[in-house]
Design a protein around this ligand. Structure first.
Ligand SMILES: Nc1ncnc2c1ncn2[C@@H]1O[C@H](COP(=O)(O)OP(=O)(O)OP(=O)(O)O)[C@@H](O)[C@H]1O
Ligand SMILES: O=P(O)(O)OC[C@H]1O[C@H](OP(=O)(O)OP(=O)(O)O)[C@H](O)[C@@H]1O
Ligand SMILES: O=C(O)c1cccnc1
Length: 555
């Protein structure tokens, strides 16, 4: 065995798409095509059974809605499938925000952008394998063989620009901009949105929990309640980026090198003849780590006295009990009682941890009640994003390259790099798209605190500008003049012509980046209830383009 390697480090299933298994001796031969003429290297046999070869960990091509495949086919039939387009990804409404809006009727709040690392690895290993092709071949649409053949060599070949994972984004700010052949943009929609929406949602939930727990220890314990295996693993990853200290999820720990930890469950106490014996055996086994669960019979009358006895026994041996855990009842009342008793016994160092359906609102309330809790364990309500289970991020076309022989209208032809801006009109003003190929600047004051986001067309620049007026996207009465600012272009180039050009930070770096990005926002934008609305404005040129296109569409 070569440690840390798998078969797929030696044989690339993008190239070697079949295994021909010798019918006589079972020896496998990898091959690029369906045909195999030479004889078996092992036994010289010449008959083979053929099986498609693919890496199950790279099985992403059909992570799509079926209409993507049928649209790709229709575009292929017209031979326009490779025409380049521009897509923006963004969301409209921030999750988890309580109340109906601020006093001006608008909804504040933020999203912490997550899922980029996962998306990169999928786009980088995205291809139809032979089983996918066979599955599509069996569909009643009877796709042309030449189309299926072209799918075999199809890869993501475009440019992708993205806000970096961990940064904060606000409604309507594009998180991603993709420039690629139209059929590729259509192909990746569901996979991309599924990843970015679910991971951003959990990173945001985690970020809110970290806001409320501050410097306390925060543990992720959601595995048993997650909506499936993947979401438990990627949820634990997002919790770590958000700033959680550890997870109980061992698989996630292994997959992403996260700190793992745990206390003890009721079973351990119930199984033993007495609570004291259970505590003692666990403390003897893990003297440096033990956290004793107090509520199996009675928190104050039994769990606490037994824990104090254990702590005293441990002191005799020069050891220290780390913590006790409360898992039911009035956590504020019990934590104060437990703290008092521990302190009376001179056990000031023993920490108190709490679990039981906690979320940011309960934790804020417990803190406000003066609860004496040092370690918070959060499961169900984090991992399921309980109070806002979906983020409505969307993937929308905003420009396309001209068709061959297409004219501008006044007899002039388009130039090679021209883009035609596109708009989607909606009755709801919030749903009218911002057209065109765009970029985003974030503006900062002299203390590097964020002042607003400025969305403009890709050819525009803030270089040399001394003053900017951030105009509200829909309300002409609202604007904010910004002077003495610095700026940062938010999108970084991730893929160029399908090749990965971005150096991915490791998880501790992403976690630090989330924290430092968050620190550039005033507390007013981050608070959990009725947060201030962060200004996101369109440049004059973009606004004019949008207005002209809306007017043009009405005719
Ligand atoms: N002082 C408090 N203030 C606000 N919420 C609290 C307080 N103490 C506990 N809670 C929350 O109240 C809820 C209590 O839930 P529930 O009634 O199911 O638990 P329980 O009866 O204490 O325990 P069990 O898990 O055994 O059912 C939990 O979500 C818990 O986090
Ligand atoms: O409450 P959560 O935030 O999801 O945190 C994790 C919970 O999981 C365990 O409960 P368990 O599965 O044993 O169920 P129960 O305590 O609800 O009976 C543990 O005792 C916590 O209470
Ligand atoms: O370690 C713990 O205390 C734990 C882990 C998962 C779920 N509940 C609690």
């Amino acid at each position: 065995m070569v440690r840390g390697k798998t078969l797929f480090d030696f044989i690339d299933p993008k190239e070697f798409r079949f295994v021909h298994v010798c019918s006589s001796c079972g020896h496998p031969h990898f091959s690029k095509g369906e045909e195999r003429k030479d004889s078996c290297l092992n036994c010289s046999g010449s008959k083979y059974d053929m099986v498609p070869f693919f890496n199950p960990a790279e099985d992403y091509a059909l992570d799509a809605d079926y209409y993507a495949i049928t649209m790709m086919y229709a575009l292929w039939k017209q031979n326009v499938h490779k025409n380049k387009v521009v897509y923006d990804d963004f969301y409209r409404k921030p999750p988890f925000v309580r109340g109906v809006g601020d006093y001006r009727g608008e909804l504040g709040g933020y999203v912490a952008f997550g899922g980029l690392g996962h998306l990169i690895s999928m786009l980088d290993h995205l291809y139809f394998n032979e089983q996918d092709i066979e599955y599509l071949r069996q569909q009643p649409e009877a796709f042309d063989e030449a189309f299926l053949d072209e799918l075999r060599t199809m890869r993501f070949s475009g440019d992708l620009y993205s806000i970096e994972e961990g940064n904060l984004v606000f409604p309507h700010t594009p998180t991603l901009r993709i420039e690629a052949p139209v059929w590729e943009c259509i192909w990746i929609e569901a996979m991309l949105l599924n990843t970015i929406n679910s991971e951003s949602l959990l990173l945001t939930k985690g970020s809110r929990l970290v806001t409320v727990t501050g410097g306390d220890v925060l543990l992720e314990m959601g595995k048993r309640r997650a909506q499936g295996r993947d979401s438990s693993v990627y949820g634990a990853k997002m919790a770590y980026i958000a700033g959680f200290d550890a997870t109980s999820n061992v698989k996630a720990g292994k997959a992403f090198d996260l700190p793992i930890t745990g206390t003890m469950a009721h079973v351990y106490i119930m199984f033993h003849e007495s609570e004291y014996e259970a505590f003692k055996s666990y403390a003897d086994t893990f003297p440096e780590k033990v956290i004793l669960l107090l509520d199996t019979t009675n928190t104050l009358e039994s769990g606490l006295p037994n824990a104090i006895r254990i702590a005293k026994d441990m002191e005799q041996r020069g050891q220290r009990l780390v913590a006790v855990r409360l898992d039911s009842g009035d956590l504020a009342y019990l934590s104060k009682k437990v703290r008092n008793r521990l302190d009376e016994e001179g056990l000031h160092y023993v920490k108190i941890s709490a679990t039981n359906d906690l979320d940011e609102a309960t934790i804020a309330s417990l803190k406000q009640q003066g609860a004496q809790i040092d370690i918070w364990g959060v499961g169900t309500k984090f991992i399921t994003a309980y109070d806002h289970p979906a983020l409505g991020g969307v993937h929308k076309i905003v420009a396309r390259s001209p068709f061959q022989h297409e004219e501008k209208g006044d007899g002039e032809s388009y130039k090679q790099d021209d883009w035609i801006s596109l708009i989607k009109i909606s009755e709801s003003i919030d749903k009218v798209l911002n057209p065109g190929r765009k970029k985003v600047y974030r503006l900062y004051d002299h203390n590097h605190m964020a002042k607003g986001d400025y969305i403009c067309l890709a050819h525009e620049s803030l270089e040399g500008k001394e003053e900017i007026v951030l105009k509200h996207p829909t309300n002409p009465l609202k604007s904010k003049v910004i002077r003495h600012f610095t700026f940062e272009e938010l999108h970084k180039k991730i893929f160029e012509n399908g090749g990965l050009v971005y150096t991915q930070p490791d998880l501790p770096q992403i976690r630090n980046y989330h924290q430092s990005s968050k620190a550039t926002f005033w507390e007013e934008y981050l608070r959990l209830e009725v947060p201030e609305v962060y200004p996101v404005a369109l440049s004059d040129e973009l606004r004019e383009l949008k207005e002209q296109m809306i007017a043009g569409n009405k005719q």
